[in-house]
Design a binder for this molecule. Structure first.
Ligand SMILES: *[C@@H]1O[C@H](CO)[C@@H](O)[C@H](O)[C@H]1NC(C)=O
Ligand SMILES: *[C@@H]1O[C@H](CO)[C@@H](O)[C@H](O)[C@H]1NC(C)=O
Ligand SMILES: [Zn+2]
Ligand SMILES: [Zn+2]
Length: 705
């Protein structure tokens, strides 16, 4: 029986009754930790004017009118000089923490970068979004600026980066504390050494892509699409995953607005489906389990000082010592309040009444909240339920503007306007472009540099520079200690257990391969070219006519692979497929997999931070590439010959340095850089570049944009 059918059947058995809501007098309660609502309007205005540079502290109590006029002019509000409702509303709106007038403090220099190859480091993450979604949001935010300037942005791993990105709460080390949920969202310092150029994001916000929490689903019948909140199920509206309609307690969601019509669903992250990291290969929790003689029927933080929730994956932790960390369910995790990051606990008691969903009761601002213990009345632990969230991409693009030297503008439509507003469209306004080009000039029109021949075709679309260098290492931000210190640690592969459904389901055909700028990896597998990007792949074949199929989800075909690959190749003899990502390698033979293993196993030391490609050379030998070197690799022994390390340009003169995808297709080698490829013909023992072109237009035959 298919899962959704069982779900419908279970629902039929539930029966239904909806009581009419009772009218009653609202009670307004003071919530602990909820500072914002307790300020008077004048206090709010004084604090705001001071914080954003309009007044000095000595001016409290007087000359508010003059400061208000300056503020109103800066924010393009009606200049009344009064604390009117428009102004108050603006002061309550979410915004950037950088002052509108003056800098945080006096910084040295002319506050622009004096080199064009800017580096950035993502020091840590918010739990609100999957890490690859955060990586991607930052990369796209930098891209916004690199498209209109000569600047390039490369991701590095270490404090020496120009721009260090971090998430923090309240006072986070720089003397400019965040303020809890809403209000101030993020701030960034102008260019320069040390903290200058760094961008900080308030982790008490709910970070999203601007349209609600992003919950990726697992299994089900929707190919892993994200949940659609709210969704309708049997006439009721749900804004979080639910276990309704199921007897197995697995949370699920609809991936379209109406489950009743579309019947598309997936399972939400749940400890009943899998755990993360730990030492149990991602196996699900077993409830109840015993830990230090006590029985647990839910994830716990007991035994840990870092607050991470964990569970045992067998019935007895004390005996088996097997555990994993419980996945976070963003859709029911609170922000703000006094227990940010913890899940709602349903049902909870508030003023003697039991609640099994988020409620607006007790609040004058009408916002949804829940308790994070089962009794608010005694514990007073609470937070806000998820809302639309703030688009990390848009806020980051704004903050990076500061990190490049821009100030706030008074053009409300511009990205550098201090207030947050969500837009689907291109984020930059003329005003932003003028500002940044004043500092750095426009983007030069680069030509691909064909070393020996001219490109076969003359593409008309302007080339876009690859700003997202492939990762060079994987810093672990996951918990590193076991519950009592004894279990061994280190991330393990993703879970393989659980219900699987039809693999290789094609996704939305509108996800056109031609919209991809730069692929993560390209490889010829089973006589077809495979184009990998962000957890998806397309297949390209060139028979009577060219055809592209996909995208497919990588995890449906090769379930243990990560989202982001660096390269892949298939050994023509054994049909083993090698996949590389960072310092890890996976080897698939049909559906069976060995890995992930570290590159050391292949004889590649720590100086090799990634493998950028492989060229099978016959006889079970493969050339493996990394940076400007390559090695000979023996498929049978799975070792590189350490003596064989050679510079790429010795054997392949004419291909550029720093190529990121090297693959073989129809007996020719392809070296990619940004959107271009250099094709090398091996004929007559001569390695000669015989074609340069665009990956999309010339290989995939995409229409020219
Ligand atoms: C940036 O470019 C300069 C000059 O081209 C070079 O000296 C420097 O090493 C580069 N920095 C990085 C981080 O690539
Ligand atoms: C990120 O790193 C900063 C600086 O080390 C720290 O203050 C902050 O708490 C960290 N945030 C998270 C979410 O780990
Ligand atoms: Zn700002
Ligand atoms: Zn900060």
């Amino acid at each position: 029986m298919s899962p959704w059918l069982s779900l419908v059947l279970a629902l039929l058995a539930l029966g239904c009754c909806t009581a009419a809501p009772r009218r009653h007098q609202p009670t307004v309660v003071v919530f602990p930790g909820d500072l914002r609502t307790s300020l008077t309007n004048t206090q709010l205005a004084e604090e705001y004017l001071y914080r954003y540079g309009y007044t000095k502290v000595a001016e409290f109590g007087k000359s508010l009118s003059r400061a208000l006029r300056v503020l109103q002019k800066r924010l393009a509000l009606p200049e009344t000089g009064e604390l009117d409702s428009t102004t108050l509303e603006a002061m309550r709106a979410p915004r950037c923490g950088v002052p509108d007038l003056g800098q945080f403090q006096t910084f040295e220099g002319d506050l622009k970068w004096h080199h064009q190859n800017i580096t950035y480091w993502i020091e840590n993450y918010s739990e609100d979004l999957p890490q690859d979604v955060i990586d991607d949001a930052f990369a796209r935010a930098f891209d916004v600026w690199s498209k209109v300037t000569p600047l390039t942005f490369t991701r590095v791993y270490g404090r020496e980066a120009d721009i260090v990105i971090q998430f923090g709460v309240r006072e986070h080390g720089d003397g400019y504390p965040f303020d809890g949920k809403d209000g101030l969202l993020a701030h960034a310092f102008p260019p320069g050494p040390g903290i200058q150029g760094d961008a900080h994001f308030d982790d008490e916000e709910l970070w999203s892509l601007g349209k609600g929490v992003v919950v990726q689903t697992h299994f089900g019948n929707a190919g892993g699409a994200p949940c659609h909140f709210p969704f309708n199920f049997e006439g009721r509206s749900y804004s979080a995953c639910t276990t309704d309609g199921r007897s197995d307690d697995l949370p699920w969601c609809s991936t379209t607005a109406n489950f009743d019509v579309d019947h598309l669903f997936g399972f939400c992250p749940s400890e009943r489906l899998y755990t993360q990291h730990g030492n149990a290969d991602g196996k699900p929790c077993v409830f109840p389990f015993t830990f230090e003689g006590r029985s647990y029927s839910a994830c716990t933080t007991d035994g840990r000082s870092d607050g991470y929730r964990w569970c045992a994956t067998t019935a007895n932790y004390d005996q088996d010592k097997l555990y994993g960390f419980c996945p976070t369910r963003v859709d029911s995790t609170v922000s703000g309040g006094n227990s940010a990051g913890e899940p709602c606990v349903f049902p909870f008691v508030f003023l003697g009444k039991e609640y099994s969903t988020c409620t607006r009761e007790g609040r004058s601002d009408g916002r949804l909240w829940c308790a994070t213990t089962s009794d608010f009345d005694s514990d007073k632990k609470w937070g806000f339920c998820p809302d639309q969230g703030y688009s990390l991409f848009l806020v980051a693009a704004h903050e990076f503007g500061h990190a490049l030297g821009l100030d706030h503008t008074s053009v409300p439509e511009a990205l550098m306007y201090p207030m947050y507003s969500y837009t689907d469209g291109p984020p930059l306004h003329e005003d932003d472009v003028k500002g940044i080009q004043h500092l750095y000039g426009p983007r030069p029109k680069p030509e691909p540099q064909p070393p020996t021949t001219t490109p076969a075709t003359q593409p008309t679309a302007p080339p876009v520079v690859c700003t997202t260098g492939p990762p060079t290492a994987h810093p672990s931000t996951s918990p590193t200690a076991g519950p009592t210190g004894s279990p061994s640690v280190g991330p393990t592969g993703p879970p393989t257990a659980g219900p699987t459904e039809a693999p290789t389901v094609s996704l939305d055909p509108s996800e056109d391969v031609c919209n991809v700028d730069i692929f993560d990896a390209i490889a010829e597998i089973g006589n077809r070219l495979h184009f990998f990007k962000d957890g998806k792949y397309w297949q390209f074949s060139e028979g009577q006519r060219r055809s592209v199929q996909g995208p497919f989800l990588i995890r449906d075909t090769w379930p243990t692979l990560p989202h982001k690959l660096d390269s892949a190749f298939e050994d023509p003899l054994t049909k083993k497929i090698f996949f590389f990502s960072g310092r890890q390698v996976w080897v698939y033979t049909g559906p069976s997999v060995i890995g992930p293993r570290r590159l050391d196993k292949l004889g590649l030391g720590p100086e090799v931070t990634q493998v950028t490609g492989g060229l099978p050379r016959g006889g079970g030998k493969v050339l493996l590439f990394s940076g400007q070197n390559f090695w000979r690799f023996d498929v049978k022994t799975q070792k590189v010959d350490p003596q064989s390390a050679s510079p790429v340009d010795h054997m392949f003169p004419g291909v550029p340095l720093n190529t990121h995808d090297i693959f073989q297709y129809r007996e020719k080698a392809y070296f990619c850089q940004e959107r271009f490829y250099w094709r090398v013909n091996f004929r007559n023992e001569m390695n000669q570049v015989d074609e340069v072109g665009y990956v999309t237009y010339d290989i995939l035959q995409c229409p020219e944009a």
